[in-house]
Design a protein around this ligand. Structure first.
Ligand code: G4P
Length: 284
C-alpha cells in the first residue's frame, strides 16, 4: 500500500503547534471515536502533554458505544479527560465548555483572586484531517467560518474564533497528518475514510475489515450479509470475500465487493463499530 509519511511536513506542523501552544490555555485534541488510537498523532502527544489537554471523541454516533466508554476510561487512567461528541448532529457540544472550565478551574480561580473577572479562556483544536474539526468549529462559532468538505485537510487558515461557549479558539495550524508506521493503522484510517480512497487497494482494506469483523463483530457481520456459521467458520478471509462476491452477484469483481463492504462499514450497515480496541491495540 502506497502510504507515506513525510517527516518534513510533520516537523513543520509540530513546530507550528509548539509555537501556538504559548498562546492558549488548553488544547482540544479531536479524534475519531471509531479510531481513538489510530487517529491520534503520537508526535504531537509529547508536545501537548506540556499543556492542559482534553480529548474529544467525535463521530461518536458511528462508534460502538460500549467501546467508547472503555476508551474514556482508558484515557482517564492515563490522566486525560475526554468527552463524546457527535458534531454532525450537534450532540454533546455543551459538555465541552464545562469540561474546559473544570480543567482550568485552578487558573480561573487564581485570576479571580487577582481581580480578573471573566477570564477569557483560549483554546486550540488539533486533529488529523477528517476527524471533524471544521464541523466542530462551525458548530461552536455558529456560522460557516471554517471550510468543511469531503476532502481531508480542507482547514487551511488559522484564526482566532469567538465561540458560542465563551471560549476563544485558535484553529489548527497546518495539516496534521496521521503517523502511519503500522500498516494496520493505515488500514483502519482507510476504512474510516480518513485517507483518500485512491491511495489504497480496496481488497486489502476489505480483507482487513472482514478479518476484524470476524474477530470482534461476528454477529453483525453474519446478520448484515445473511451468513451462516458454515459460511464463516473454517474459511479463510479471502475465501469469504470470494463467497460474498458470488452472493452479491458481482461475478468475479472482487474490487466491487470490496468497495461495497467498505461503504457498508462507513454507512453503518453493520451497526456502530469501533476499529481500535483499548488494551488489545497496544499489544499488537
Ligand atoms: P476536518 O475539518 O477535520 O478535516 O473534518 P470535517 O469537519 O470536514 O468533517 C469530515 C467529514 O466528517 C464530513 O463528512 C463531516 O460531515 C463528517 N463529520 C464530522 N463530524 C461528524 C460526526 O460527529 N458524526 C458523523 N457521522 N460525521 C461527522 P463529509 O462526508 O465530508 O461531508 P457530509 O457527509 O457532511 O456532506
Amino acid at each position: 500500500m502506497a502510504l507515506q509519511w513525510y517527516p518534513g511536513h510533520m516537523n513543520k506542523a509540530k513546530n507550528q503547534v509548539q509555537d501556538r501552544l504559548k498562546l492558549v490555555d488548553i488544547v482540544l485534541e479531536i479524534v475519531d471515536a471509531r479510531l481513538p488510537f489510530s487517529s491520534r498523532n503520537p508526535v504531537l502527544e509529547n508536545i501537548i502533554d506540556q499543556k492542559k489537554h482534553i480529548i474529544i471523541l467525535n463521530k461518536s454516533d458511528l462508534a460502538d458505544p460500549k467501546v467508547t466508554k472503555d476508551w474514556k476510561l482508558n484515557f482517564q487512567q492515563e490522566g486525560t479527560n475526554s468527552i463524546e461528541l457527535d458534531a454532525k448532529h450537534n450532540k454533546g457540544l455543551g459538555q465541552i465548555k464545562s469540561l474546559i472550565r473544570s480543567e482550568l478551574s485552578d487558573k480561573i480561580e487564581r485570576y479571580e483572586k487577582n481581580g480578573v473577572k471573566n477570564y477569557q479562556i483560549k483554546a486550540m483544536c488539533i486533529g488529523i484531517p477528517n476527524v471533524g474539526k471544521s464541523t466542530i468549529l462551525n458548530r461552536l462559532v455558529g456560522k460557516n467560518v471554517a471550510v468543511t468538505g469531503n476532502k481531508p485537510g480542507v482547514t487551511k487558515n488559522q484564526n482566532w474564533l469567538k465561540t458560542s461557549i465563551g471560549i476563544d479558539l485558535l484553529d489548527t495550524p497546518g495539516i496534521l497528518w496521521p503517523k502511519i508506521d503500522d500498516p494496520k493503522v493505515g488500514m483502519k484510517l482507510a476504512l474510516s475514510g480518513a485517507i483518500k480512497d485512491k491511495i489504497y487497494a480496496p481488497d486489502d482494506v476489505a480483507i482487513y475489515a472482514l478479518n476484524f469483523l470476524e474477530t470482534h463483530y461476528m454477529d453483525q457481520l453474519q446478520e448484515a450479509y445473511g451468513l451462516t456459521n458454515a459460511d464463516v467458520f473454517n474459511h479463510t478471509t479471502p475465501q469469504l470475500l470470494m463467497d460474498l462476491t458470488k452472493k452479491f452477484g458481482y461475478k468475479e469483481d472482487y474490487d466491487r465487493t470490496s468497495r461495497r463492504i467498505i461503504e457498508d462499514v462507513r454507512k453503518l450497515k453493520l451497526g456502530r463499530l469501533t476499529f481500535d480496541i483499548p488494551g488489545e491495540f497496544y499489544e499488537e
